[in-house]
Design a protein around this ligand. Structure first.
Ligand SMILES: C[S@@+](CC[C@H](N)C(=O)[O-])C[C@H]1O[C@@H](n2cnc3c(N)ncnc32)[C@H](O)[C@@H]1O
Length: 208
C-alpha cells in the first residue's frame, strides 16, 4: 500500500489539486460549532484537507508516505505531521476531533477495525469524529475481483471497500452516531482532468 501511494505522490505531486474537499469545510464548521480546539487527520496525504483545520485548530496529521509528508510540510506548515501508520496510536495526547477522508475504504476488514480503534483511542471521550469513504452507490462498486464482501480490486493492483449506510454505521457501532449521508465528490487532478466519486460520510461522538 505505501509503495503505491509513494509512487503516485512522487510522480503526480498534489494528486487531487490544492482545493480541500467540501466535507473538510463541513467538518470544520461542525467542530467549530461544538467549541472544539484540536483535530487529528489520519492518512493526511499532502495536507489538502489539514489546511482547512490548521487555520483554526491545533491540527495533527498522520501519514505513511514520506513523499506525501514532504509535500504536506511545505503546503501546510501549521499542521504537526507525524510519519507512521494510522492503524496504530501515534499521539500521546487525546484530541477533540478526528477527520478522516477516504482512508477507511483502502483496507480489508481487520485493518478497517484497527483504523477505527486507533482513531478512537486518540480521541477524548465526548469528542467528535467525521469519516468519509467510498459509497456502494459509486459505479466502481462490484467491478473486478471480489476480495471480501463489499471489497473489490476495481483497478489492477488497487482495491477498495464500498460502504452501504448500514455497513458504515455498523463499523462505528461503539459510538453515538449523529448523522450519516452521501455526496458526490468532484476532484480536480494536478494534470487538469476532473473525476467524480460517490462518497458516504458519518459524524459521531465518542462515548465515554
Ligand atoms: C486516498 S488518499 C487520501 C489522502 C488525504 N486523506 C486527503 O484528504 O487528501 C489515502 C492516503 O492514506 C495514506 N495511507 C495509506 N495507508 C496508511 C496508513 N496505514 N497510515 C497512514 N496513512 C496511510 C496514503 O499514503 C494516502 O496519503
Amino acid at each position: 500500500m505505501s509503495q503505491y501511494w509513494s509512487g503516485r505522490f512522487a510522480r503526480e505531486g498534489m494528486i487531487w489539486g490544492s482545493q480541500p474537499s467540501p466535507s473538510a469545510e463541513q467538518a470544520s464548521e461542525v467542530f467549530r460549532a461544538a467549541g472544539l480546539g484540536s483535530v487529528l487527520v489520519p492518512g493526511a496525504g499532502y495536507g489538502r484537507n489539514t489546511k482547512v483545520f490548521s487555520a483554526g485548530f491545533t491540527t495533527y496529521g498522520i501519514e505513511l508516505s514520506a513523499e506525501a509528508l514532504e509535500l504536506a510540510e511545505e503546503w501546510d506548515p501549521a499542521t504537526h505531521f507525524i510519519a507512521g501508520s494510522a492503524l496504530e496510536q501515534q499521539l500521546n495526547t487525546q484530541v477533540d476531533a478526528v477527520y478522516c477522508y477516504d482512508v477507511l475504504h483502502l483496507f480489508l476488514e481487520e485493518e478497517r477495525r484497527r483504523l477505527i480503534e486507533a482513531s478512537l483511542a486518540q480521541l477524548r471521550p465526548g469528542g467528535l469524529l467525521y469519516f468519509t469513504s467510498f459509497s456502494d452507490e459509486d459505479p466502481n462498486n462490484g467491478c473486478g475481483r471480489k476480495l471480501e464482501p463489499g471489497t473489490f480490486e476495481y483497478k489492477e493492483g488497487k482495491y477498495a471497500h464500498f460502504f452501504s449506510d448500514a455497513d458504515l454505521r455498523s463499523h462505528f457501532a461503539g459510538t453515538e452516531i449523529i448523522e450519516s449521508g452521501s455526496f458526490v465528490e468532484r476532484l480536480q487532478s494536478s494534470r487538469g482532468g476532473t473525476h467524480e466519486y460517490i462518497l458516504r460520510y458519518l459524524i459521531a461522538h465518542k462515548i465515554g
